[in-house]
Design a protein around this ligand. Structure first.
Ligand SMILES: Nc1ncnc2c1ncn2[C@@H]1O[C@H](COP(=O)(O)OP(=O)(O)OP(=O)(O)O)[C@@H](O)[C@H]1O
Ligand SMILES: [Mg+2]
Length: 398
């Protein structure tokens, strides 16, 4: 069904894009290529420049410097309505007095496209809402309205669909469901999706490629798994999931691996997984890669061991249990253990050693003196609430 629907998606290229607002640089020298037909996620904390990037692509802002190309064509000075782009914003603003069908057909009618209603029905079938075509938006749930907004954008067959936190208003379960549907729609119609989110799980489940943005720059970009397994900066290591990071001095830089002395404990990291091989470095390991031992494990080649430490918190979360362990001189270490047995493996206060396969470690590019630049913000809901409160304040002031 969808086969006849799509025109092919187009490449999007941002070349040296800079955006300065009076007294504030929101984006600095951004270079980015998104191949046609891909699902690309721009992930980053509040204020890092995601919406600004989308607005630049849509033509709602002019870049201070740089060029924007869609399908190889320079659109930098093109008016928004002349760009093959549609945007779905977080507040989806359907016309309340029109039916669902009229909402979806609206853009087609205005552009005098043939058979607007037929095409609108087709788009509604795509989001599985054709059966409510005659209802008004107020008679739909939030998630259904969201899907109508999506149908309204997709029906225009944009070569490039921009999604600015389109699922932010939905509850967790509905959001997960919509993520899967969005992904299906994208692969069905073959359009290029540029999806903006600050929800790392959403970015990882949906996108072919994720770019992690921080303070107007892309820190790292790649397939979700690649970014997760081999973060290159402390920001990425902590924004995308959690990490245990240790800073120490390289005491041995070998062909296969480096040895880092962290407050007297030697930790080995594969050379190819470390961005720096000398001096002071920060290294890390993901919490689910750690194994808990209640007695000192025998030293084995290919395994790092730290400890003993003391469990200071055990929190059960269904599929896994999170342990927080204080290791003298190394600090607090987080361990995720899958719940294979009933009850925790060790209790609060227990003495434990932590071990992991050398191959699972990674070494960062950061200067350890940099320190974390942002607190990770993974709580989408609280951000949505904060934003709403801010809007309400502004409304009251106005
Ligand atoms: N018109 C403007 N004038 C001045 N500064 C602006 C303007 N628009 C955005 N900014 C600033 O640019 C920065 C990036 O804003 P942007 O809206 O792109 O962030 P974002 O990544 O979308 O954040 P969020 O996740 O909160 O939506 C922010 O610090 C913001 O205050
Ligand atoms: Mg935004």
């Amino acid at each position: 069904m969808a086969g006849g629907f799509a025109e092919a998606g187009a490449d999007l290229e941002l070349v040296g894009i800079t955006k300065r607002f009076p007294g504030f640089t929101a984006i600095e020298e951004l270079n980015l290529t998104i191949p046609a037909g891909s699902f690309f996620a721009l992930l980053g904390p509040s204020g890092c420049g995601k919406t600004t990037t989308l607005r630049l692509v849509a033509g709602l802002e002019d870049p201070t410097a740089g060029r924007i190309l869609i399908g190889g064509k320079d659109v930098t000075t093109t008016k928004p309505y002349q760009r093959p782009v549609n945007t779905v914003f977080q507040s989806y603003a359907l016309f309340p007095h029109m039916t669902v069908l009229e909402n979806v057909a609206f853009g087609l009618k205005r552009r005098r496209i043939a058979d607007p209603l037929g095409k609108a029905h087709e788009a509604l079938r795509l989001v599985e809402l054709d059966h409510v075509a005659q209802r008004k938006p107020a008679q739909l749930s939030g998630g259904q309205q969201q899907r109508v907004a999506l149908a309204r954008a997709v029906v225009n067959r944009p070569a490039l669909l921009l999604l600015d936190e389109p699922l932010g208003a939905l509850d967790l379960k509905l959001r997960r469901q919509m993520q899967i549907e969005l992904k299906d729609i994208q692969s069905d119609v073959g359009l290029t999706f540029l999806h903006v989110t600050h929800d790392q799980e959403e970015a990882m489940t949906m996108a072919d490629t994720v770019a992690v943005m921080n303070k107007g720059q892309i820190e790292q970009m790649g397939a979700p798994e690649e970014l997760y397994e081999l973060p290159k900066t402390a920001f990425v290591a902590n924004f995308l999931g959690q990490s245990n990071l240790f800073t120490g001095t390289v005491t041995n830089s070998g062909k296969e691996s480096i040895i880092v002395d962290v407050a007297g404990t030697k930790i080995e990291v594969p050379r190819e997984r470390a961005q720096r091989h000398a001096g002071e470095v920060t290294i890390g390991v993901r919490p689910e890669k750690l194994m808990l031992h209640t007695s000192a494990p025998k030293p084995t080649p290919g395994t790092n061991v730290i400890g003993p430490g003391r469990v200071n918190d055990v929190s059960f979360s269904g599929v896994s249990t999170q342990y927080s362990v204080t290791v003298p001189k190394l600090g607090n270490v987080i361990v995720f253990a899958q719940n294979m047995v009933f009850g925790p493996v060790v209790n609060d206060g227990a003495e434990v050693w932590l071990a992991w396969t050398v191959d699972h470690g990674f070494g960062l590019l950061d200067d350890p003196a940099d320190g974390p630049r942002f607190e990770p913000d993974t709580d989408t809901k609280s951000i949505a609430v904060q934003r709403r409160e801010k809007l309400e304040e502004e409304l009251e002031e106005a």
